[in-house]
Design a protein around this ligand. Structure first.
Ligand SMILES: C[S@@+](CC[C@H](N)C(=O)[O-])C[C@H]1O[C@@H](n2cnc3c(N)ncnc32)[C@H](O)[C@@H]1O
Length: 172
């Protein structure tokens, strides 16, 4: 039996290809009420754009050097060290993040798609943001080729001995 909790996530995952689309998505996805976490902020350029659209933003990077540089360039914005894979450290910021932006080197291609999906599910489960926007051409391409199947309810009265009609239907 599959873990039902994983099917109850409400977080929307948005795949963007390249930095232009990643930044372009901000106007569409970030609103005045949002508390945003950016993972992989480097110099803080995107974090600063996000800051113009939301209530609060925290830019993070695994590299202390990047964080220190971002703080020098944008002293009015909060930056911190965070390894994307250490989700418990993200929880330790004690902020109710409503949107998460992810742009981590090495996570945008097809080879790392499984790792990326695991990471997205982890953040969706633990932080429960409304949306996670990620710079990944592979996720965008994959998502464009996915469809969710929905069964059409059939008005059907099972006849006696109708085995198919009595057998349980899997939700998977
Ligand atoms: C392409 S740059 C980010 C550019 C930035 N988002 C922007 O729009 O200007 C990728 C960043 O990911 C960071 N990074 C790599 N591995 C990481 C990890 N495991 N956790 C967090 N950041 C990571 C790198 O240090 C680098 O600064």
């Amino acid at each position: 039996m599959a873990n039902e909790k994983q099917f109850k996530l409400k977080t929307v995952f948005v795949g963007t290809r390249g930095v232009r689309e990643y930044r372009e998505s901000i106007a569409a996805w970030v609103t005045r009420d949002d508390v945003v976490l950016e993972i992989g902020c480097e110099k803080g350029t995107t974090t600063a754009i996000i800051a113009r659209h939301c209530k609060e933003v925290l830019g993070t990077d695994v590299s202390l050097e990047c964080v220190q540089r971002a703080r020098r360039i944008y002293p009015h914005i909060e930056f911190a060290v965070l390894d994307a894979y250490d989700v418990l450290n993200a929880v330790a910021f004690k902020k109710a993040f409503t949107k998460v932006y992810i742009d981590v080197s090495g996570l945008s291609g097809y080879r790392s798609l499984l790792d990326l999906i695991a990471l997205l599910n982890m953040y969706a489960t633990v932080l429960e943001p409304k949306a996670i926007i990620v710079k990944s051409g592979a996720l965008k391409h994959f998502a464009e080729h996915c469809r969710a199947w929905h069964s059409v309810p059939v008005a059907h009265t099972p006849a006696e001995g109708d085995v198919d009609a009595q057998s349980p239907v899997s939700n998977l």
